[in-house]
Design a protein around this ligand. Sequence first.
Ligand SMILES: N[C@@H](CCC(=O)N[C@@H](CS)C(=O)NCC(=O)O)C(=O)O
Length: 225
Amino acid sequence: MASDIILYWGSGSGPCWRAMICLEEKGLSDYTSKYISFDNKENKSDEVLKINPRGQAPTFKHGDVIVNESIAICLYLENTFKSQGTKLVPDDPGQQALVLQRAVESHNLHETVYDVLLYFFSTKPEDRTEAMLEEKRKACHKELQMWEGYLAKLGDGSYIAGKNFNLADACTFPFIATLVRMGFNMSRYPHLAKYYDLVKDRPSVKASWPPLWKDTPNKDFLKVI
Ligand SMILES: N[C@@H](CCC(=O)N[C@@H](CS)C(=O)NCC(=O)O)C(=O)O
């Protein structure tokens, strides 16, 4: 029974998706799901602010325990529901170190992807300059080369931090999927493209796929990146 778990989440939010994937992986899919609209500023409602003074999503509560910050939520779920569902953090110290590192390191990918998107969302096409596009392009490719290299080193069929799906994937995949959704041409990164294909049909990922993305075609903003 997971009905004493409440998650406030917004569609298409990578941080929210991380928590939702972990809830599914831990067999907690019957949590109390509270969808909030960022457009209607529901993340700044009294109900959310009471739990999360930053007024951000994900906002999470389990009984009387409040945990905000997506990676903290994922780690809390693993620690609290250790014996059920997918093991998200391995016991072996070396493997664990890699998983924790990649999970936290996904912050860089998050920042990079959202920075590029913010540029597109906050400017009119006619106001975009080639110099700014080049700056965003460089930052994005520099970050993606890092992740492409990690996957290349691990070999075909690998997840982001080893042979099994774990916390690092829950934390990283949402931002790879965001790039694809927004029209980024992932075929230039063959390992990342294979990784996307490997993870996109995973039951936890499918069950938590952003609803607004389900019935609409991918965007094309990032085709120039
Ligand atoms: N570091 C936070 C970031 C959460 C975050 O930035 N959430 C965005 C949605 S993707 C949000 O709530 N934005 C509204 C705001 O900051 O007012 C986490 O990982 O949970």
